[in-house]
Design a protein around this ligand. Structure first.
Ligand SMILES: NC(=O)C1=CN([C@@H]2O[C@H](COP(=O)(O)OP(=O)(O)OC[C@H]3O[C@@H](n4cnc5c(N)ncnc54)[C@H](OP(=O)(O)O)[C@@H]3O)[C@@H](O)[C@H]2O)C=CC1
Ligand SMILES: O=C1CO[C@H](CO)[C@@H](O)[C@@H]1O
Length: 318
């Protein structure tokens, strides 16, 4: 029997499974099998994005499991995201329709603004000028949000939310929104545990979805010698105590912090391992051990948006 994953109740009453499968860097040739393995292992929450260039192959995995009768569409919670070059309000509906087409779905459970930074619109995800710098656009994420409210009203996305927004940007969005974002998806792991942003979001009834929950060891820009979370000796020690793996201890820690981790894996055994975190609880002393790793160790800096007036991590308290 696959483990039972609890749900988190979103501010619109919809249910978000408390752990999902990440798909960034999952190669088109491997992600269909990963999605099938994940659904067999009990995952019902899939995190996708147009930017990951693999939504068609994710969709093939979903279709296979629906056709086999393992799940029904309504059992799944599928998220996608709108990338920075597509933030002009009139591009939101055609772009969600494009992701829906790739995924083979007629609605998304959740659609996110991927970053608050708009780039020059066009086919290129990261358009660059002759000097090699990213070309920006002055589109305001509040205007993009208005278009999100429209696609929500049309039923194309049952919930809408944001990703990589800082506190100031969320506050500004909340002041201007008719529909509240259900989540802010941000980087969150023991090196960057996001307790302040999580507390603020909780006060607004916004759930934090934790991306790169294992510290994204396969990020393309990782350098030899960079710390590797799942190899931290103190985490290995805690893992031994509970007879769990370091990844399970990290994901359980995030669960106990009240955030929703979305670990990526294309390895069948790890996919099963990562969801198996709901049968134990870290005690306060072990949570304190995990807390000591917090060091503002951000790995996703969004360097392609450096210098953008809405870059979320520049001049921000959190
Ligand atoms: N909104 C945003 O801007 C962003 C969203 N995301 C989302 O978050 C997801 C997860 O983050 P991501 O950056 O991919 O990184 P993760 O922190 O999930 O780490 C993924 C890496 O960890 C490995 N791994 C997985 N499980 C285990 C395990 N049990 N033991 C040891 N190693 C393991 C994977 O290997 P392998 O696959 O080989 O098994 C892979 O190399 C993304 O895939 C994406 O969906 C990520 C970044 C930005
Ligand atoms: O989801 C993501 C995956 O990779 C990107 C890096 O190029 C991130 O910026 C992004 O948010």
């Amino acid at each position: 029997m696959p483990p039972k994953v609890p749900n988190v109740v979103l501010n619109n009453g919809k249910l978000l499974p408390a752990l999902g499968l990440g798909t960034w860097k999952s190669k088109p040739g491997e992600v269909t099998q990963a999605v099938k393995d994940a659904i067999d292992a009990g995952y019902r929450h899939l995190d996708c994005a147009l930017y990951y260039l693999n939504e068609e192959e994710v969709g093939a995995g979903i279709k296979a499991k629906i056709d086999e009768g393992v799940v029904k569409r309504e059992d799944l919670f599928v998220t996608s995201k709108l990338w920075c070059n597509l933030m002009r309000p009139d591009l939101v509906e055609p772009t969600i329709r494009r992701s829906l087409g790739y995924l083979g779905l007629d609605y998304l459970d959740l659609y996110l603004i991927h970053w608050p930074t708009a780039f020059k619109q066009g086919e290129e995800y990261t358009p660059k000028g002759p000097d090699g710098k990213t070309l920006y656009s002055d589109i305001d994420y509040v205007d993009t949000w208005k278009a999100f409210e429209e696609i929500h009203k049309k039923g194309l996305a049952r919930s809408i939310g944001v990703s990589n927004f800082n506190k100031r940007q969320l506050e500004r969005l909340l002041q201007n929104a008719a529909v509240k974002p259900v989540t802010n998806q941000v980087e969150c792991h023991p090196y960057l545990n996001q307790k302040k942003l999580t507390a603020f979001c909780k006060s607004q009834d916004i759930v934090i979805t934790a991306y790169s929950p294992l510290g994204s060891p396969d990020r393309p820009w990782a350098k030899p010698g960079d710390p590797i979370l799942v190899q931290e000796p103190k985490i290995l020690e805690v893992a031994k105590k509970y007879n769990k793996s370091p990844a399970q201890v990290i994901l359980r820690y995030l669960h106990q912090l009240g955030v929703v981790p979305i670990p990526k894996s294309v390895t069948k055994s790890r996919i099963a391992e990562n969801i198996n975190i709901f049968d134990f609880e870290l005690d306060a002393s072990d949570v304190a051990v995990l807390d000591t790793f917090d060091c503002n160790g951000r790995v996703c800096q969004h360097s392609e948006g450096a210098g953008h007036p809405n870059h979320p991590f520049e001049n921000d308290e959190y």
